[in-house]
Design a protein around this ligand. Structure first.
Ligand SMILES: CC(C)(COP(=O)(O)OP(=O)(O)OC[C@H]1O[C@@H](n2cnc3c(N)ncnc32)[C@H](O)[C@@H]1OP(=O)(O)O)[C@@H](O)C(=O)NCCC(=O)NCCS
Length: 175
């Protein structure tokens, strides 16, 4: 299995059809979805659909969220990395959004920050992106902390699906 990004405790690889149980644990949890529209999934078919949709992005866009695996246990922790945003969002379109989503038992270990810092390095050094963006619900303080620890700068508020969100940006220092 190809490790696309590696950190001290984690690695990123493509999301696979066999991750269905992991995606179900992740996306059926109402706490995980508290700041994601409050609409957790209910069936394993929906988990399969999530995986198909992400795998389609790999083909269509050459990029998509990646599974994150804990090295020590080989457990599926959640997903992270980039999505190409093709809908107009806060006046931007066709940009790379950094995101992450972890099963609750893996919160509070520094995994989101560790993996996101590595994803930022990958975006600038391998993908050679000029700028990356991220968004976070104004109530999602943990996510805002992750982004700030990665160097993102908060650039104001906008409504996403009628909910106020912060807009974050980070420019490639080498470009
Ligand atoms: C957002 C989310 C990924 C944040 O996860 P997290 O585990 O809180 O984030 P981090 O990886 O930065 O871990 C932070 C905590 O781990 C603690 N920690 C424990 N061991 C650590 C270690 N070895 N290294 C670093 N931090 C460690 C830190 O003290 C820190 O706590 P603090 O921020 O209160 O000081 C998680 O809440 C989540 O998946 N939420 C649901 C999906 C979601 O909202 N995604 C974002 C949408 S914008």
């Amino acid at each position: 299995m190809k490790m696309i990004i590696e950190t001290e405790r984690l690695y990123f690889r493509e999301l696979l059809e066999t991750d269905v149980d992991g995606i179900f644990s992740l996306d059926s949890d109402p706490e995980v979805h508290q700041y994601l529209g409050k609409n957790p999934i209910k069936t394993s078919q929906q988990a399969k659909d999530v995986i198909s949709s992400i795998r389609k992005q790999y083909v269509d866009n050459g990029v998509g969220r990646l599974a994150i695996i804990e090295k020590e246990t080989n457990d599926f922790v959640g997903w992270g990395g980039f999505k190409l945003i093709t809908d107009l969002t806060n006046g931007h379109i066709g940009y790379h959004d950094l995101g992450y989503r972890f099963i609750k038992t893996f919160w509070g270990k520094g995994y989101a920050t560790e993996s996101s810092k590595a994803a930022v390095e990958y975006a600038f050094n391998q993908l050679k992106l000029h700028v990356i963006y991220a968004i976070a619900d104004i109530g999602n303080l943990q996510s805002q902390k992750v982004l700030k620890k990665c160097g993102f700068i908060e650039k104001g508020l906008f409504d996403y699906d009628l909910v106020p969100h912060y807009w974050f940006e980070l420019y490639n220092p080498n470009k």
